[in-house]
Design a binder for this molecule. Structure first.
Ligand SMILES: [Zn+2]
Length: 276
């Protein structure tokens, strides 16, 4: 199994890769730039290339998490242009660093009385970003953690949005266990059903990364607050076990976004490696 966590790039891309290696991680996630802004970053190609080489040598996988203001359902043209430029910039950096892709949250509901509008806008934005993108890095759509029934909480929506895009092969998925639990897509006891539906939709064929997080709130509450994996939060070890022992997921990187001030990531990764 391949475990890792979100890391800072304060010492550069190579610095993050080295930190992952020193922690004994097989994967890591990073913000390619300031996570609070959509500004385009002029990055150091040399640092990125060294990161890529180091990861190849040490067999470490990585993904970028897009900045928080990134949305696939921007409300204004100005925001739309900023999102497009930022996502393109993230893809370029991902490619240079040898990362699998860029994690992006599913869009938001724009107007409740026009349910299709949000999906259509997402597809438009994805087409605009990906048509003409000829790198290896993919956009990785992440399920959201809202109340049951809010958009982006089902595998059907993720698969369908991908199906309707022009550049499907440039789109993969990121499954967040806390979000799935919050929205009750996975209520802790229905993993078999999630797998069956996912297989019908070919969702798991395009799953590239799992965000492995426990939840500070019960399933179905729609609240997205991450907790450490072991003995904390509402998801039990036996419930995580269903996911972690799924043969189809053996090669997928599991990345922690858990609060490291509660349990250090290095310790949590070691516990995960021991258990699974
Ligand atoms: Zn996540």
């Amino acid at each position: 199994m391949r475990f890792g966590c979100h890391l800072s790039i304060k010492n550069g891309f190579l610095g993050a890769a080295k930190q992952a290696y020193e922690m004994g991680a097989g994967a890591f996630q990073y913000f390619s730039k300031n996570p609070r802004s959509l500004g385009v970053k002029e990055f150091q190609l040399e640092d990125a290339t060294l990161c890529k080489q180091f990861c190849e040598e040490k067999d470490i996988l990585s993904v970028i998490h897009s900045p928080y203001p990134t949305t696939l359902t921007p409300k204004t043209n100005k925001k739309r242009e900023a999102v497009l430029a930022s996502l393109h910039n993230d893809l370029v950096i991902a490619d240079a660093c040898g990362s699998i892709g860029v994690v992006v949250h599913f869009g938001k509901q724009l107007e409740p009385e026009k349910p299709l509008q949000s999906y259509q806008l997402m597809i438009e934005i994805l087409n605009e970003v990906l048509v003409g993108w000829d790198g290896q890095a993919k956009i990785l759509l992440e399920n959201t953690g809202g109340l049951p029934g809010t958009i982006g909480t089902t595998l059907d929506e993720l698969a369908q949005v991908r199906n309707l895009c022009q550049e499907q092969e440039k789109i993969g998925f990121c499954f967040d266990t806390c979000h799935a639990f919050a929205s009750s897509l996975w209520d802790g006891d229905n993993w078999q059903e999630v797998m069956e539906r996912g297989n019908e939709l070919a969702y798991f064929d395009h799953l590239e990364v799992i965000h492995l997080n426990n939840s500070k709130y019960a399933t179905g509450t729609g609240k997205d607050r991450h907790a450490p994996i072991f003995n904390q939060g509402y998801i039990l070890e036996t419930q995580f076990n269903d996911i972690l022992t799924t043969p189809q997921l053996r090669d997928i990187p599991f990345i922690l976004e858990t609060p490291k001030e509660e349990v250090p990531h290095e310790k949590e990764i070691a516990m995960l490696q021991e258990k699974w």
